[in-house]
Design a protein around this ligand. Structure first.
Ligand SMILES: [Zn+2]
Length: 136
């Protein structure tokens, strides 16, 4: 019996341990289930079922690299959000001393010293120049 179970699970994603996407799926499902105790909405229940089906499908999948890619996409998304948050915090912290301007040619964000007046800025990436006016 144990041998058969082991043979069934061999090479499936479940044997690689749980990843973040699995945890997110199951906790989202739990949160929806708890919320739906009060809401009692059919479509929320359908979403729960879909999440459970996807959760089990991922665990039983033998396409390990594809499952790992899905998890990596989630990690990349979270890192992108963290990066945006850190940038916003830095921008807020330095708002007395620096301004941030977007290059009109290549769209890169430039960090410039806050010096009152009109300046000619040369973008370090695309080498184009544009005018920036700092009012205060
Ligand atoms: Zn540029």
């Amino acid at each position: 019996m144990m041998y058969r179970l082991r043979q069934f699970l061999y090479g499936r994603y479940i044997t690689y341990g749980s990843d973040l996407l699995s945890k997110v799926l199951i906790f989202t499902c739990l949160a929806l289930a708890i919320a739906n105790l009060f809401l009692r909405l059919v479509f929320v229940q359908l979403i729960e079922y879909a999440l459970v089906v996807y959760f089990v499908y991922r665990l039983m999948s033998k396409n390990i690299s594809k499952r790992q890619n899905e998890n990596q996409k989630l990690l990349n998304f979270i890192n992108k959000l963290k990066g945006k948050k850190e940038f916003a915090e830095r921008k807020q912290k330095e708002r007395q001393t620096h301004i941030y301007k977007t290059c009109p040619f290549c769209s890169v964000t430039l960090r410039l010293k806050r010096i009152k007046g009109e300046h000619n800025v040369i973008c370090p990436r695309c080498k184009n120049s544009f005018k920036v006016t700092v009012k205060r």
